[in-house]
Write a protein that binds this ligand. Structure first.
Ligand code: ATP
Ligand code: MG
Length: 514
């Protein structure tokens, strides 16, 4: 028998997975070694998540086999994979928001008694904190944790249960640059301790920063694998998409027109039910004009969500005025926001933007369904709606066999494209775009950037909120820096540099709690 040190931690041989007539993975061979960070790359829908779901027992392969430390494995459920030491941090978290962090860690399948587990888990999580620096906040409700903190909890949960092979599915999609740096350092420490790590990512800078080896999937099949030190970003992109990607167009000059969104003196409490709670936003003044992209730069949790929620009427404002399209926007509700020409690409697709069990066509046409031409006198014409959905699928390159598929079955990137198609297609006067390319591959990212630029050129007003400073710098005409719930400064695109914005982001003092 081969020496354990040479046996890969995980070996996939000839793995094929079909969904009906569609082949999501085709004869995939893949080795993951102990001590390495292995980047799994490919376009949206290439089959990355599906392949890892096979490894973790969420799906069964139709052909081929998976070996762990040389032994053939076939897990029926993720719980079995985890027991064997394979854990996955999903694109979409699996935590229960109404339980505390510790209760989430202690959750087990029903057969295993719960009572003693909590004390054990608390001790185990303290050990993990000591060795990896990953600290949790045991008695806090998960609902109160930020996205970065939830992710940390997911990782601790897997480590608590003894995972040695860790799979990260687009872990940085929702993280701030600082949080990503922490995660990258953690991955390195785990690899150095002998863990095997799979990193699925669309961000090549991250791949080059942490990964040792890469494997590229295209249309479900492996098209390249090797050492990260022996490949260039351009070569990887060519492998992924099968050809070079077009250069991004330079930003054309557009003269901004009338104000579309005006916010004056907006103040919002952190707890929407308690006006006396500390402020999440104070004294916010901003204006977005027709034909303009106003970027909001800031680290996660600086008040971005509260701003979006206050503008849309999801959250009450304590003070301040909001005007939409030149008219006071007072009795705010999301419905009135859409009726007044607003649209939103939200950060959290799963909770806000899509209805997983509904079909792709219903999700795409949702906002247009009640109006002509999709409805006449309040009666929906489903074939017109499906036709419109098919047109948008082609325009936005949404990869799906049919518009009748439940949207939850699409790959993450294709779900995001469906949200974009719906929100852009109504030609909104104001588009609020929060992390609009989250989870998108290189080509789709370029496409969305172009859509945003064209929307602006047609006179649309865009409020772009992103933790990705490069994205903000590349797209915005003006940049407002948000920190600790206040606008710290507004910079014109010509004068904006990373250093200048970074300085505004960090120079801010914590807002006084009154
Ligand atoms: N349960 C399912 N039923 C039908 N088709 C599915 C199912 N799960 C995945 N697919 C299809 O398999 C293909 C691969 O999907 P997968 O989620 O693995 O892509 P991915 O590489 O992770 O993409 P992304 O980068 O967008 O997350 C997609 O076309 C998807 O629609
Ligand atoms: Mg995926």
């Amino acid at each position: 028998m081969a020496n354990r040190a040479q046996t890969p931690a995980l070996r996939l041989s000839g793995v094929t997975k079909r969904f009906g007539a569609f082949t999501a993975n085709e004869r995939v061979d893949l080795d993951i070694n102990r001590g390495e960070i292995h980047a799994l790359l490919g376009e949206n829908g290439a089959g990355k998540t599906t392949l890892m779901r096979i490894v973790t027992g969420l799906y069964q392969p139709d052909e081929g086999e998976v070996r762990m430390d040389g032994e053939t494995i076939r897990f029926r459920k993720p719980e079995h994979a985890l027991r064997a030491g394979i854990g996955m941090v999903h694109q979409h978290f699996t935590l229960v928001p109404t339980l505390t962090e510790l209760q989430n860690l202690a959750m087990r399948p029903a057969r295993i008694p719960w009572s003693n587990a909590t004390a054990d888990v608390r001790r185990r999580s303290e050990e993990i904190a000591a060795t990896t620096g990953l600290r949790i906040n045991p008695d806090r409700m998960v609902a109160d944790a930020s996205i970065g903190e939830r992710q940390r909890l997911e990782i601790v949960k897997l480590l608590c249960r003894g995972a040695r092979i860790l799979i990260f599915d687009e872990p940085s999609a929702a993280l701030s640059p600082g949080e990503w740096d922490e995660l990258a350092a953690l991955m390195r420490r785990l690899a150095a301790e002998g863990h095997a790590i799979v990193l699925i990512s669309h961000k090549l800078t991250e791949v080059f920063a942490v990964a040792d080896r890469y494997t590229v999937l295209r249309a479900g099949a492996v098209v390249g694998t090797g050492l990260v030190t022996e490949v260039t970003p351009d070569e990887l992109v060519t492998m992924m998409v099968g050809g070079p990607v077009m250069e991004r167009p330079a930003r054309a000059h557009v003269n901004p027109g009338r104000p579309v969104l005006t916010v004056r003196g907006l103040g919002v409490a952190r707890d929407p039910l308690d006006p006396k709670s500390p402020p999440a936003l104070s004294g916010i003044d901003l204006q977005v004009r027709a034909g303009e992209i106003l970027g909001i730069a800031g680290v996660a949790g600086s008040g971005q969500n509260e701003l979006v929620e206050a503008v849309m009427g999801i959250r009450p404002a304590l003070r301040g005025r909001i005007e939409l399209d030149g008219k006071p926007f007072e009795d705010r509700t999301p419905r009135r926001f859409y009726q007044s020409g607003g649209a939103l690409i939200p950060e959290d697709r799963h909770h806000v933007a899509i209805v997983s069990g509904m079909t792709l066509w219903e999700n795409i046409t949702m906002r247009a369904l009640r109006r002509p031409p999709l409805s006449r006198r309040g009666i929906l014409n489903p074939s017109a709606a499906r036709g419109e959905a098919r047109r948008l699928m082609a325009e936005f390159d949404i990869r799906a066999d049919t518009e009748k598929i439940p949207i939850g079955r699409l790959s993450g990137g294709n779900q995001q494209k469906a949200v974009l198609a719906r929100e852009f297609s109504g030609h909104p006067a104001l588009l609020i775009a929060v992390q609009p390319v989250r989870g998108l591959d290189v080509r789709a990212t370029d496409f969305v950037y172009r859509q945003l630029s064209e929307h602006r050129a047609r006179g649309g007003a865009i409020l772009l909120i992103s933790m990705d400073l490069d994205e903000i710098l590349a797209l915005s005409d003006r940049i407002a820096v948000l920190a600790h719930g206040r606008i710290q400064g507004v910079v014109e695109a010509e004068d904006a540099t990373r250093t200048r914005i970074g300085a505004l982001m960090t120079s801010a003092e914590e807002a006084p709690c009154s």
